[in-house]
Design a protein around this ligand. Structure first.
Ligand code: DUC
Ligand code: ZN
Ligand code: ZN
Length: 474
């Protein structure tokens, strides 16, 4: 099977080239100037990309399909969530398998593999959340590495649930340093936050906005600082997830200036949403925007600072932390966000976004004049592929790479809405937002899965991706 994508502008993290792309079965086999070849003569399918961008499929290294949280489950399962990702131009996710207290690491991994197998519309890998660091789980990391899990997430938040204390963190980091794997950190001081939450509830402060007020920027930046110091002590590579406080990213920037292998990601919700315009909405509306780390005050300048740090490479990745919960009842799980009516601490944490990210970063970043086209691709595809051991199979368009390709129309203007999205959740975090640029055609390993506003794939198209170790060291 030969597919030709002709007449488009191919954009990678490095180049912008008027070029045709030839795909044979699942792989890119040639890239050449239009008119310099006769590939069209024996192609089985020709996709006309005239006037369009031809870009690598997005790599979203932070999703939580079906995550159990606060008595319910994230409303997208692997089938619905990965199909929505495809609609948004993302062809690879790395989701989080979970080990909870008292369970084995491998047991948790097997459960998540079983949830995903045969369900996914796009390719998928796993990080492992280590919720119980002990001799056995540290030893099990070796087996997981053999199974293609080369990154381990720890929580400095959520005491009593997924929380690790500093000693456990240090032990896991030492193991990561020995094995050349990556520690991902949810960096918030959970102990301090629990005190602030209890005090707020005592004062009768129960609305969604208090979720953010009780997780002030210093509870993030303190944890980021401590994680960096512990990683330095252990000699480990460190990646801080979902950064929302500018003071936290300043810690990452300092560490990088000292030459330490510290990386950071942010997510669209922190670049576009704010306390003033979203979390503090009247009634219970703000619950839509409750996630951790929290959405912060626009007046404090976090959004502009995060965009700047993306441009200066102090932040390397935009992921989604996709973890949706319905405002009204979910058709399988029932009550979700409203579990926290009258008590913000009971609102399940998380936002939908897996379908939104690639296009939103084009809109806010490229159209907004904050980053260039190459950086858009680097943040949404190439850098996550390199950090999580998937490059150059994923994350770029090159001879020999998987033919995960998006034809993107930069000229279309449209309005984002729950009515138009494909995620299994009853609201859009970006309802009514006017945006420019749209995903038009999506190929997964050479197979056209989105074309002419139709989903042409089927569940099970997506394959498990055993991952190598990171291929970037600073
Ligand atoms: N933050 C969220 O918002 N949801 C799931 C887990 C997390 O850390
Ligand atoms: Zn987290
Ligand atoms: Zn997360």
């Amino acid at each position: 099977m030969k597919t030709l994508i002709s007449g488009g502008t191919v954009i990678t993290a490095i180049d912008i080239t008027a070029a045709d792309v030839l795909i044979e079965d699942e792989t890119v086999v040639a890239i050449a100037a239009p008119g310099s070849h006769s590939w069209g003569d024996d192609a089985d399918k020709v996709i006309d990309a005239t006037g369009k961008y031809v870009v690598p499929g997005g790599v979203d290294p932070h999703t939580h399909m079906e995550l159990p949280f606060g008595g319910t489950f994230a409303s997208d399962n692997f089938e619905s969530g990965t199909r929505a990702a495809a609609w948004g131009g993302t062809t690879t996710i790395v989701d989080f398998a979970v080990q909870t207290k008292g369970e084995s690491l491998l047991g948790g991994f097997d459960v998540w593999m079983a949830k995903a197998e045969g369900e996914c519309a796009i390719d998928y890998g796993f990080h492992m959340i280590a919720g119980d660091i002990n001799d056995e789980s540290l030893a099990e990391m070796d087996t997981l590495i053999e199974r293609g899990v080369t990154s381990f997430k720890l929580f400095m938040a959520y005491p009593g649930v997924l929380y690790s204390d500093d000693g456990a963190i240090l032990r896991a980091m030492q193991k990561a340093a020995q094995t050349g794997t990556l520690i991902m950190m949810h960096a918030e001081n959970g102990m301090a936050i629990d005190v602030l939450r209890a005090q707020a509830l005592e004062r009768g402060e129960t609305d969604p906005v208090h979720h953010s007020i009780t997780r002030p920027a210093i509870t993030e930046s303190e944890a980021v600082h401590r994680a960096i110091k512990l990683a330095e002590l252990a000699g480990a590579h460190l990646y801080i997830v979902h950064m929302s406080a500018k003071e936290g990213v300043a810690e990452v920037a300092d560490a990088r200036d000292k030459g330490l292998p510290v990386f950071g990601e942010t997510c669209p919700q922190y670049l576009f949403l704010s306390i003033e315009d979203h979390l503090d909405a009247p009634g219970f509306e703000g619950a839509k925007y409750v996630c951790s780390t929290p959405i912060r005050a626009k007046a404090e300048g976090h959004q502009d600072a995060l965009w700047m740090y993306l441009a200066t490479n102090d932040l390397q990745v935009v992921s989604t932390d996709h973890c949706p919960f319905c405002m009204d009842d979910h058709h399988v799980y029932g009550t979700q966000k409203k579990l926290g009516l009258g008590d913000f601490t009971a609102i399940p944490n998380g936002l939908p976004g897996v379908e939104d990210r690639f296009q939103l970063i084009y809109h806010g970043g490229v159209v907004g004049g904050r980053i260039d086209l190459n950086r858009w691709i680097e943040l949404c595809a190439t850098a996550p592929a390199k950090l999580f051991g998937l490059y150059p199979k994923k994350g770029t368009i090159a001879v020999g790479s998987d033919a995960d390709i998006v034809v993107f129309d930069p000229g279309v203007s449209w309005t984002k809405s729950v009515d138009q999205h494909h995620m299994d959740v009853d609201y859009s975090a970006y309802e009514g937002m006017e945006v420019k640029g749209k995903v038009e055609t999506v190929l997964l390993r050479g197979k056209v899965i989105i074309e002419d506003d139709q989903y042409l794939g089927s569940k099970g198209d997506g394959a498990y991706l055993p991952r190598e170790r990171m291929s970037v060291h600073h």
